[in-house]
Design a protein around this ligand. Sequence first.
Ligand code: HEM
Length: 410
Amino acid sequence: MTEAPMLDPGLIAQLLPFDPFDPAFLADPYPSYAQVREKGPVTRTPLGLWAVTGHEACSAVLRDQRFGWGDGAAVADHFRHGADGSVVRPFIFADPPEHTRIRALVSKAFAARQVDRMRATAERVVHELIETARAEAGDGPIDLMRAVAHPLPGRMQNALLDVPAEHAARFDELSGDIARGLDPSFLLAPEEIAKRDSARAELYHYIGELAERRRADPGTDLISELVSVEEGGDKLTPHELEVTCTLLLSAGYATTVNLIGNGMLALLGRPEQRDWLRADPDRVPAAVEEMLRFDPPVQMISRVAVAEAEIAGHTVQPGEQVMLMIGAASHDPAVYDDPDALKLDRPAGRNLGFGLGIHFCVGAPLARLTAQAAVSALTALDLELLTETPARVPNIIMRGLAELPVRISG
Ligand code: HEM
């Protein structure tokens, strides 16, 4: 497990309204979020960060174009600097019109790829993974993170980009290294930053090579689509393509891993919910939405005010940073009845787990079908949870498990 960096606790208390490295927070952050939210939907920390905990306030900021990335100073260490002096931003960190342009091209390529056709792949892969784990473990314990939650999204991404089988394991490793480095750099240890940056450089290079091959010999994968996709005479440049594919890999891997892990932990600890789900497989899509709300993989979304704006009566000045606490908003009692309970039959809607507005997750259909395949196959098994408090990975933006030990009985 990655060690958390040694930050001065006094500094953390000035910067954030909670201590992300407190083991109690890591195990269950929702009571701390509730305490912050009780003071109002918006809190300003002593160092001037705006923390937004209310669902309505988070939704309003996500829809408001006065919040974005501006000059990008807050996220500049995620930009790609070319040897020719060019700078390419991943489009998740870009504002309109740059964001609009790249997002339109990516959406078109995703649509052409017909993600829904990947459902059969997800179902096949998850069954293979379960069979392999069963054969290896016999009556012994299985770590569901290692056996299913990690490899399934990895295999889906490799299928999406048609990565040659011999490179697939390295690809997964690199996506993981980047995902672990998604926390703000001031919260990361220097080795984590170095690993993230070198993983990104390796992926840019490798994707560049794959794109060259697909230009010469196009396939039906997403890279081939991105190489050729055009919108109003516009195309992605080679650097944009490398940065965009690397973003897709890093944004899609750990998030899906953690939706499966967090969701299965919640389910296995609540036999009555599992029985409800087992009674009708058509309930799985709704169940996955509730898992996303109950313990969202992405706990926070950041923005910077690019113009003076208001959030729930507070005036925010240009350049000030806003932290949208999705984990807190997802448990807001103003929106959710009994928010700390997992209720798989909860009415759909208003889920912020994939974001909202112009940056709404472009991979949501793929993430949903992948998680649905995993939850469906795993729910059908008789799984015994071997600990109700498995170790967590100490990241603050991405919430996930380091392990999920279970035993398959029957
Ligand atoms: C359970 C899995 C996933 C979760 C919880 C998730 C969550 C999110 C969230 C919260 C955002 C909004 C970020 C913001 O507003 O700043 C986002 C954006 C994004 N996601 Fe996902 N995501 C998941 C899976 C995926 C997958 C599988 C892919 C790609 C294959 C992907 C690619 C992206 C991209 C490219 C963006 C940026 C969109 C934009 O800026 O317009 N995500 N995701």
